[in-house]
Write a protein that binds this ligand. Structure first.
Ligand code: G3I
Length: 369
């Protein structure tokens, strides 16, 4: 038997482990550390660090956090005279403990309102609600939360204003008022308008008009959040690029705030079909219940690569890119627009393993030092 020097074996093992671990320890946040924050959205369980493996992944890969649900008004302000900051306090403490950029989501949104808010029917009451809600929450986390989605999803697809309870009671003035109230409560925090599909031309024009109006009327707005709930083939890279350029030309930061890419069929693409209930549970609408075929995995990786290539090209205009969830298994896209499907929209799979999409994002921008 050939003699193996145990000393040399030990040295070479250490060397090999170091070399390979060097490569392996390059993470999303490290790779993009000179470009923009890489964020994720946390569930209540993740804020409470209930799963050590998930927690370690979050801390290793991301340097920015958003609460996926628990800072929405139904949770923070369940009754007129009652706020509940139990989970949002934990969320902020988690971000501080891990030295992360902390984003607040969201102050004024028509969805996930507490039932009592939905009953507000006149302008005096709505004005009082907005003042109390925004001032209380923003002041509470003054100097601790780095940026806020002040208004979320105020636009229709054609760029007109959504007929929300806020618009109905206060008219469009509620928009600038929300930004003024937030700036008054914390003059230094970055304030964002956040919406989906605002890279599409008509809605983008509406968002640009809205941002200009807020500025013209003396509101402080620091950025726009393009949510980025996207598909494999749309929106086009050209429209995303136009959006980055047009929004940053307004003198504001551009963030991609809720990035994910569905690989499943969209029932609304099926023209003329009666979609909703009929497709629930159908194999056609849930084509990959066990694993994602390599061919689609590759398409997803290529799509993420082209998106991040564009982000890098415009890194001087982009403040943050946040994925909407930590890993595939927890994504909201498993239950929307059809409940109980298996989707694969994020860079980490259901077992928390890197997908080819992860490697393609990392490979673009290796900054090993
Ligand atoms: O917490 C309850 C739980 O008690 C109950 O048993 C369960 C039964 O369905 O529901 C749980 O609440 C769910 C909640 O997420 C927390 O998991 C709601 O049903 C569900 O509707 C809610 O969905 C969230 C959705 O916003 C609500 O509009 C998604 O998780 C969240 O990812 C999604 O996030 C939004 C952004 O805030 C704004 N932009 C779009 C984005 C995707 O829709």
């Amino acid at each position: 038997m050939k003699f193996i020097n145990p000393y040399l074996l030990a040295i070479s093992t250490v060397f090999f482990v170091n070399c390979s671990s060097n490569k392996e320890t390059l993470t999303l946040k490290d790779s993009y550390k000179n470009d923009f924050y890489i964020g994720t959205a946390l569930s209540a369980d993740q804020i409470e660090e209930k799963d050590a493996k998930v927690d370690s992944l979050i801390r290793t890969e991301f340097n920015a956090i958003t609460a996926e649900n628990i800072m929405k008004s139904m949770y923070t302000h369940p009754q007129k005279d009652k706020y509940d900051f139990t989970l949002s306090d934990k969320f902020v403490a988690y971000g501080e403990k891990n030295k992360m950029f902390i984003h607040g989501h969201t102050l004024i949104w028509h969805s996930q309102l507490a039932p009592w808010m939905e009953k507000i029917a006149d302008s005096t009451e709505m004005k009082a609600f907005m003042k109390d809600h925004i001032t209380t929450i923003v002041s509470k986390y003054k100097g601790r939360i780095n940026s806020w989605d002040v208004v979320n999803e105020a636009l229709n697809e054609d760029g007109t204003l959504r007929p929300s309870v806020f618009l109905k009671t206060l008219g469009e003035k509620y928009l600038v008022d929300a930004f003024k109230l937030a700036a008054k409560a914390d003059p230094k925090v970055d304030l964002y308008y956040n919406d989906y599909n605002i890279e599409e031309p008509a809605k983008r024009a509406g968002a640009i008009a809205l941002i200009k109006k807020i500025k013209a009327e003396g509101g402080k707005i620091d950025g726009v959040g393009i949510q980025g709930h996207w598909r494999l083939h749309s929106p086009s890279i050209e429209e995303i690029e136009k959006s980055i350029l047009e929004y940053s030309a307004l003198g504001i930061k551009v963030a991609f705030t809720e990035l994910d890419i569905t690989v499943l069929p969209n029932p609304w693409d099926l023209k003329g079909a009666d979609v909703n209930q009929n497709f629930e549970g159908s194999a056609k609408m849930n084509p990959y219940p066990k694993t994602l075929p390599d061919s689609v995995q590759t398409k997803l990786a290529e799509r993420y690569a082209s998106i991040f290539k564009l982000f890098l090209k415009h890194k001087d205009k982009i403040s943050r890119v946040t994925f909407w969830g930590v890993y595939d298994g927890q994504s909201w896209l498993n239950d929307w627009p059809i409940k109980g499907r298996t989707n694969y929209p994020l860079p980490f799979d259901k077992d928390l393993k890197h997908k080819p999409a992860y490697d393609s994002i990392l490979k673009l921008n290796k900054t090993e030092e």
